[in-house]
Design a protein around this ligand. Structure first.
Ligand code: PAF
Length: 292
């Protein structure tokens, strides 16, 4: 089936209407598509008859000192990926088409949007939720797929859908990793070879934490306390702080997956071990879901 590219809202409405009957899955992206995005599209196809992908580098979710200007834009290659994955519509609007010049109203991510990742990126999650809600309203999907790699984003989108009665089912997709453990990210293409060696400490730290939690069946102790899990992960990150280039840690947290509040000793069930760090000029995040 052919792929339709809609570059403004009117074209999107036409393309969506032309899809005919059946369930629609939306995969929101900022382009620079990689294997991780392909896995989102494949999962979307399992949940719906038609897949719509949005490609939009959303200015609202970048801070003034962040990488909006240099964020990778690879539209032709992105279209080829979407074609290969059987996507029916790509929605790639301009910022001018997405946002009215006199816009006033936005979504607030609330207190949960100001902790962990949100504490380092003020306003980021308001920008994410605002564009995601707009995309939901424009595409009107039955289901939308987001990566677990952005765990706090996924939790906040689930929160928005629950709090605002948005009629879209949210599906989370597992993080895709390179064979050496590095989580796939559009920002990985910024990494030099030396940066990349340092960056591997993120996934190594998460694995060390998971092992301490007894999740690998080798080194850990089932029932390990959150502080012990964090210590195991932190030891790896501290070693990488002495690499060249050094790993500069923003945060390491063991958090409740629904609220992103730090978990205490009494916590049982799932917890997210999440990390963010700068390597050279690149800021990376990663996480792993543990069962305590
Ligand atoms: O995860 C992303 O790529 C973005 O935050 C999203 C969900 C497409 C919103 O711009």
């Amino acid at each position: 089936m052919d792929l339709t590219v809609a570059t403004d809202r009117a074209a999107l409405v036409k393309a969506r209407d032309a899809l005919g009957p059946g369930r629609i899955a939306l995969v929101p992206t900022m382009g620079a598509l990689h294997e991780g995005h392909r896995s989102l599209m494949r999962l979307a196809r399992e949940h719906a008859d038609h897949v719509v992908v949005s490609v939009f580098v959303n200015p609202l979710q970048f801070g003034p000192d962040e990488d909006f200007g240099r964020y990778p834009r690879t539209f032709d290659a992105d279209l080829r990926v979407c074609e290969e994955e059987g996507v029916r519509v790509v929605f790639a609007p301009s910022a001018e088409d997405m946002y009215l010049p006199d816009r006033q109203v936005a979504v607030s991510a609330g207190a949960m949007g100001g902790v962990v990742e949100g504490a380092f990126r003020p306003g980021h999650f308001d920008g994410v939720l605002t564009v995601v809600l707009k995309l939901f309203n424009l595409v009107q999907p039955h289901v939308a797929v987001f990566g677990q790699k952005d765990a706090q984003q996924l939790a906040l989108i689930r929160r928005m859908v629950a709090d605002l009665d948005v009629p879209v089912s949210i599906v989370g997709a597992p993080t895709v990793r390179e064979p050496d453990g590095l989580a796939l990210s559009s920002r990985n293409r910024y990494l030099s070879e030396a940066d990349r060696r340092t960056a591997l400490a993120l996934s190594r730290a998460l694995r060390a934490g998971a092992a301490r939690a007894g999740m690998t069946g080798t080194a850990g102790t089932a029932g390990a306390r959150p502080a012990e899990i964090l210590d195991a992960a932190r030891a790896v990150l501290e070693e990488a702080a002495r690499f060249d280039p050094p790993l500069l840690l923003d945060y390491l947290i063991l958090a409740d997956p629904a609220t992103f509040a730090p978990v205490g000793d009494g916590h049982r069930g799932e917890a997210i071990l999440a990390v963010a760090a700068k390597v050279g000029a690149t800021r990376l995040i990663d996480n792993m879901v543990l069962t305590l």
